[in-house]
Design a protein around this ligand. Structure first.
Ligand code: RP5
Length: 177
């Protein structure tokens, strides 16, 4: 699905320059976080993806977060499960917008992930989504929405996306008749 139609005279973000980072605490988070990447693919957003663990690779996390803005990133999506400290600790070390995705854990069904991410102290925001797939999808859409504040083509693509959602509901109602 391609939602973005730029005309040839519009400036494109460079394909080599990621503007969104999708980071996750473990490769086991990919099954969830791939849904953020799917949205970014659909909207043709240049992005990078990487496993960065707050607990297993704290130096890598700090290095990534401290350099994120200078590296051209505009939004960070961070997914983690269990003791899900990655989104908050990334947010603590950058002033870029950080969207946190609670990955559904086995032990506590994602309640642990959600509470670890959502209850940030005042001053260090993390925009927390729902647990699991819908949260990861919405993180991608929210990243596009943030970028659309300075990109009218993206704003139009988001409007078209909403229209598609509406049409799907209308179609499902037609099938019920
Ligand atoms: C967290 O621990 C990760 O975000 C992951 O959700 C969870 C389990 O990681 P693995 O043991 O599967 O690597 O840091």
């Amino acid at each position: 699905m391609s939602l973005l139609h730029r005309n040839e005279h519009e400036s494109h973000p460079s394909a080599d320059q990621p503007v969104v980072a999708v980071v996750m605490g473990s490769s086991s988070d990919w099954e969830t976080m791939k849904h953020s990447c799917q949205i970014l693919d659909d909207f043709h957003i240049p992005y990078m993806k990487k496993v960065i663990s707050a607990h297993r690779t704290p130096e890598l996390m700090a290095d990534f977060a401290h350099n994120a803005r200078d590296n051209g990133l505009k939004v960070i999506i961070a997914g983690a499960g269990g003791a899900a400290h990655l989104p908050g600790m990334v947010a603590a070390q950058t002033t870029l917008p950080v969207i946190g995705v609670p990955v559904q854990s086995h032990a506590l069904s994602g309640w642990d992930s959600l509470l670890s991410i959502v209850q940030m102290p005042g001053g260090i925001p993390v925009a927390t989504t729902a647990i699991g797939k819908s949260g990861a999808t919405n993180a991608g859409i929210l990243a596009v929405s943030i970028l659309s504040t300075s990109d009218s083509t993206l704003a139009d693509a988001l409007a078209a996306f909403r229209e598609e959602l509406k049409e799907k509901v209308e179609e499902s109602n037609a099938e019920l008749k």
